[in-house]
Structures are given as structure tokens and as C-alpha cells.
Design a protein around this ligand. Structure first.
Ligand code: NDP
Length: 449
């Protein structure tokens, strides 16, 4: 049996109740086949694939907190420190009721390769909780974040593991967590990224994932003789990544016509009004239906069921899934192809199912997975770490131009890696190979550990 298949079998047998983790490992290992086959004897002897698919450690803990009625609530907290071969663990904290060990492990595993692609010295990890921030008061959010950090603080540090935001964790939550860390550890250090600008945050971090997605998409289009100017774009989600992706796409001359949240989606053929979007989502923290209520050109559609991803049925040139995992399935991919989509670039982590990815690739769509396309967020987090280490802050322009350089560099790195192994245009394989090669070189150099 091929080494990749053997390890895939082992991963499935060891983690039978972790479908998202198995999905991520299957996608990565399958695309690494040419590299693994070229080095099979060496990798087998050193158990490279067994080691790279097993986290360094997985921490699970109780998070008790008191709600506004005086009732004690209990959530479960997670931190998976996956691989620190090229730098301290780095990856966000997800607060969402769907969070479980499988989801945190899949995200931590993907993060290893993504962080490697940024060319910056950061390893991979991820954390979170099944806590649902929706409908909670600021006071409840603070109590939760303080309790979460009370336990997490034992395992993280500026040179050990540096968490950041993710779904449900924005500037407010990072602020509460940073305050608690500082109090417990008595250390003012860059232990979290995505911090507020008055206490060590980096300019352009808020915009980074969405902007970075567009810098990469623009380079992809350019290398195929196209530009962003005049293109129509479908975006899903309406959180941090979606908002700044929409803003940058429109600055580049494209028109963004859709957005979504977990209860519905909007179609705005005149192009999203970014100021209104920010007012609804960032200031009022309201549902997208309020955007549609305030804008004549927009239609609001309730989500019929979990498989209703209406935004992918709209005819567009470019699709940017920016909400969550597995939100673009085979039917959605078929609808996009039938409508002539040219490019799909993932702002979210693993939003496209394996079948949908294969369908898009087989039908000539330029498809760039999240590991490469959304790496701008973590890259800018690493720039925040650099600024914290030197106790300086760089200007917005300086950070933004570094981000752009990194994203353009990532596009060419994944393009070159795919070509090197005879898979021209397969950017998924290119990203996995380019990310993997650097991590494996470091693992081998550091001995069996
Ligand atoms: P936010 O919490 O800011 O926004 C998430 C958006 O996705 C919201 O509109 C949310 O709708 C929607 N959403 C979340 N879960 C579901 C679901 N189960 N079904 C339908 N819609 C859902 O998160 P981010 O924008 O930060 O993150 C979005 C994606 O990008 C995630 O996959 C994240 O891992 C990834 N990412 C984020 C980075 C960052 O820097 N923030 C960096 C790299 C990747 P609702 O409000 O209704 O829940």
C-alpha cells in the first residue's frame, strides 16, 4: 500500500469521530502524493506523515462563567498546538456553538501549512470554545473571556503560542483575553494578535484577511490576462473577512453583489454599500436583513435549510466563500460553473467540499484554497508580533504593502510548486506542497521530536 494511503487509514482509525479533521488530512495528503512518492523511503523511515498528522498536544478544559442572571454556565475550551517546527504556534480562537475537537484539529492542521506559506517564522495551532457569543451582553462576554484565558494562560506566551481572532472572536474578545492574561501572568507581551491599536495591535490587521484575499485574487487574474476591473463578485459571510474582501474588491473596480450570514443572504445588484454593511454588522451587530431593509436595491432571502447557500446561484465572474467550512458543496459548484464563474478563492477555511473543489478544478475554474488565499490574516498577525518584539508600530501603508508583497509571493510560490510537480494550475496541490516542504525540512533538521 502507498505510504499516503497507509497513513490515511491510520488517521481514520485513530480519529473515527472527527470528520472535519479526516477531510482536511485527506485533502492535504492526497495532493502531496508526488512529493511523498519522490521521497518515500526517507519519509517512511522518519515517520514524517505520522508525525505531521498528530498534534504536538491537545488541551481541553472547562470554562465556567456566570451569566447576567447569576446562573453558572459551563463551556468547553480547546487549544490544539499542532506543529512548532518553524516558529511558535499561531492560530485563532473560534467561539461558535459548532466548535468541537474535530473542527479545532482540522483548523490547526491546515494552519501549519498556511503559516509556512507566509514565509514568516510561525508554527500552527488553533483554539476555541463551543460558547455562542450571539445574544450575550458585553458583561457576559467578558466573564467568559476571562474564564477562558484563566486556563489558557498556562499554555501560551509570546514565544510559545500566540492565539488570534477567528469566528466569534473579534477586537472586543481579544481585549478581554489580553487583559486577563496580563493580570495573571504579570507580563505585557505580544501573546495575542488582533489587539486594539492603543495596546500593541497592528494597523491593517482588521483588514488583512479580506485585503490579502483580494491581492492574491488580483494576481491570479493578472497572470491569466484578466483584471478585477468590471468583474462581478459573489461573497458569502458578512463578518471580518467578508467585509474587507468586499471593500477591497470594490476599491479594485469590481462589483460585489452578495453577502450572507447564518440566517439568510442578500443580493444587491448595484453593489454592496460598504458603509451600510459596517454600520449593520460592526456597529449594531445586527442581522443582514437590516441591511436589506435599509437599501432599496437589495433583496433579502431567508436561508431555507443548512444546505441553502443561495449566493452561489447568482451569475458572477468570481466567487469568494468567506463564511465557514463546507459552505460550498457540489450543487453550488455546478451552479457556479453553469453561470461561467472564472475564479473561486477561499477567504474562509475549507469552505468548499472536496467534491466541489474537484468539480471546479475539472471544469477549468481557477481555484485557490484557503491555505494560500486567506493567509494574509495570519501573515499580518506575524507582522504584529514583529512590531511587538521591537516595541514599535508601523504605518498602515507599511503593513499593507508588506501584506501585498506576501500575498503576491504566495501566489507565485504555489503556482511554481504545482508546475514543479507537473500539476500546473492545481493551486491546491501547489499550496500544500510549498507549505509542506518547508515544514518537513525543519522537522528533519530538528531530529525525532
Ligand atoms: P466572523 O465571525 O467575523 O464572521 C463569520 C461570518 O460567517 C458571519 O457572517 C457568520 O454569520 C457566518 N457564519 C459563521 N458560521 C456559519 C455557519 N455555520 N453557517 C453560515 N454562516 C456562518 O468570522 P471571520 O470573518 O473572522 O471568519 C470567517 C472565516 O474566515 C472562517 O472560516 C475563519 O476561520 C476564516 N479566517 C478568518 C481569518 C481572520 O483573520 N478573521 C483569517 C483566516 C481565515 P453569523 O453572524 O450569522 O454567524
Amino acid at each position: 500500500m502507498a505510504y499516503v494511503d497507509e497513513v490515511l487509514e491510520q488517521v481514520k482509525a485513530k480519529n473515527p469521530d472527527q470528520p472535519e479533521f479526516i477531510q482536511a488530512v485527506t485533502e492535504v495528503l492526497n495532493s502531496l502524493r508526488p512529493v511523498v512518492e519522490a521521497n518515500e523511503e526517507k519519509y517512511r523511515k522518519l515517520a514524517i506523515l505520522e508525525r505531521i498528522t498528530e498534534p504536538d498536544r491537545q488541551i481541553m478544559f472547562r470554562v465556567p462563567w456566570v451569566d447576567d442572571k447569576g446562573q453558572v454556565q459551563v463551556n468547553r475550551g480547546y487549544r490544539v498546538q499542532f506543529n512548532n517546527s518553524i516558529g511558535p504556534y499561531k492560530g485563532g480562537i473560534r467561539l461558535h456553538p459548532s466548535v468541537n475537537l474535530s473542527i479545532i484539529k482540522f483548523l490547526g492542521f491546515e494552519q501549519v501549512f498556511k503559516n509556512s506559506l507566509t514565509t514568516l517564522p510561525i508554527g500552527g495551532g488553533k483554539g476555541g470554545s463551543d460558547f455562542d457569543p450571539k445574544g450575550k451582553s458585553d458583561n457576559e462576554i467578558m466573564h467568559f473571556c476571562q474564564s477562558f484565558m484563566t486556563e489558557l494562560s498556562k499554555y501560551i506566551g509570546a514565544d510559545t503560542d500566540v492565539p488570534a481572532g477567528d469566528i466569534g472572536t473579534g477586537a472586543r474578545e481579544i481585549g478581554f483575553m489580553f487583559g486577563q492574561y496580563k493580570r495573571i501572568r504579570d507580563l505585557y507581551e505580544g501573546v495575542l494578535t488582533g489587539k486594539g491599536l492603543t495596546y500593541g495591535g497592528s494597523l491593517a490587521r482588521t483588514e488583512a484577511t479580506g485585503y490579502g484575499l483580494l491581492y492574491l485574487t488580483e494576481e491570479l487574474m493578472k497572470c491569466h490576462g484578466e483584471s478585477m476591473e468590471g468583474k462581478t463578485v459573489a461573497i458569502s459571510g458578512s463578518g471580518n473577512v467578508a467585509t474587507y474582501a468586499a471593500q477591497k474588491a470594490q476599491q479594485m473596480g469590481a462589483k460585489v453583489v452578495t453577502l450572507s450570514d447564518s440566517t439568510g443572504w442578500i443580493y444587491d445588484p448595484e453593489g454592496i454599500d460598504i458603509d451600510l454593511l459596517k454600520e449593520v454588522k460592526e456597529v449594531k451587530r445586527a442581522r443582514l436583513s437590516e441591511y436589506a431593509a435599509a437599501r432599496k436595491s437589495a433583496e433579502y432571502h431567508d436561508k431555507k435549510d443548512a444546505n441553502d447557500h443561495g449566493v452561489w446561484n447568482i451569475k458572477v465572474d468570481i466567487a469568494l466563500p468567506c463564511a465557514t467550512q463546507n459552505e460550498l458543496n457540489l450543487d453550488d459548484a455546478k451552479a457556479l460553473v453553469a453561470n461561467g464563474v472564472k475564479a473561486v478563492c477561499e477567504g474562509a477555511n475549507m469552505p468548499t467540499t472536496i467534491e466541489a473543489t474537484e468539480y471546479l478544478q475539472a471544469n477549468g475554474v481557477w481555484f485557490v484554497g484557503g491555505k494560500a488565499a486567506n493567509a494574509g490574516g495570519v501573515a499580518t498577525s506575524a507582522l504584529e508580533m514583529s512590531q511587538n518584539s521591537e516595541r514599535l508600530s508601523w504605518s498602515f501603508e507599511e503593513v499593507d504593502s508588506k501584506l501585498k508583497g506576501i500575498m503576491v509571493g504566495i501566489y507565485h510560490a504555489i503556482d511554481d510548486a504545482a508546475k514543479k510537480y507537473g500539476m500546473e494550475g492545481n493551486y491546491v496541490a501547489g499550496a500544500n506542497i510549498a507549505g509542506f516542504e518547508k515544514v518537513v525540512t525543519a522537522m528533519i533538521a530538528q531530529g525525532v521530536c
